[in-house]
Write a protein that binds this ligand. Sequence first.
Ligand code: AMP
Length: 431
Amino acid sequence: MSAKKQDLQAPKGMHDILPADQPYWAFLLKKGKTILEEYGFERIDVPMVESTPLFVSSIGEGTDVIEKEIYSFKTKSGEPLALRPEFTAGIVRAYIEHGMHVLPQPIQLWTWGPVFRHDNPQAGRYRQFHQMDLEIFGDDTAAADAQSIFVAYKILESLGLRNLIVKVNSIGDQNCRPQYLKALKDYYRGRDKKLCAKCQVRIKTNILRVLDCEEPECTEINKNAPQFMDYLDTDCKKHFTEVLEFLDEIKVPYLLEPRLVRGLDYYTRTAFEIFIEPKEGEEIFPSALLGGGRYDKLVQFLGGPKAPATGWAMGMERVILVLKKLGIAPPESHPQPKIFIAQLGEIAKRKSLLLFEEFRKTGIVAKATFGRDSMKSQLKISHRLGIKYTLIMGQKEALDGSVILREMDSGVQETVPVEKIVDLIKQKLRK
Ligand code: AMP
């Protein structure tokens, strides 16, 4: 069966990361990894699929992610599995499965990789995207929230991003949230018909999400909605105040955002997102680059031990989008080739392969296009790559054990015994 035209396009909302974009990814990963490791975070990798019920119970039935966006399927043996729409559920599963609670706490983990949500694709919103993710288990202090936010902020800053702003809120816990939800219900009663169609449903399934709806009719009504801050109990209020004090101390700029609730059910207390604050007249990227918060009950809720936790996930495509918009170029992640090996004829091709290996062993990056037979086209490539020295091996040179060294700028050529060429190039490069 031959492929149709649409089969030759990546699935909607999913993208290839082409060689030209790889330096951005390498840059982001290198900076992220360095800072995470410096702060004592250890790498974990979890499967790309987990059991569907794991995601449903942790993320929550009434959330957009579970209701509309999850890619779930049954395996041939009838197992319900789903592509991960985020990392936390899988990492919590691993924490429980491997009994990490018996190790000295806190457990500080990080990971990165693709996640999948059947979302409506648009700029900065994809169906397969990548997250860098941090989780801290076994620490209920405000200091852990502040450290998690600080590390996120430092990673973004290390990429050259400026005007970062952390929007932060507390969404209480099981003790004070019911009172707040009741206040919200009372507030929307009588106003619900004026909300957007989605929010008229959300009022019943996930009322908190009405608060961060961006439809104009909803933002207008939400302006006067009751604020969580006024309903936090003493412990939650104390925790939140301490988080803010820590942020002041470590000089992370933040903004209290009473309508920030986050999309997933498992959050308690601290919730935050990081944005770029555009300068006057500037338009960079309006959505969050990164979001996270505390989830003190999730490990226990999923059947594990008592283990308060906090963490975040960064949208890597969004960060790269912003780097490009701001003209922040990553350093070249590929070493530039120093020499080009051009060859003509079968014997020369074989000998050139060995020569290529000689250079590789000495750490000199060489480039060759062994599939090309025309000398002219090989020299053209060498020229285009801006390589200073080209080695030419034809039938004659291959047979008498020599190679022609051509200096590309001047066109000057000399014939060198093949066993001397590596040392000669080394000398020339040293100069
Ligand atoms: P969430 O897991 O929904 O809290 O998202 C964490 C971060 O992932 C967000 O702040 C975004 O930067 C990024 N993100 C979420 N959804 C998408 C998407 N559909 N496409 C690209 N990035 C996303």
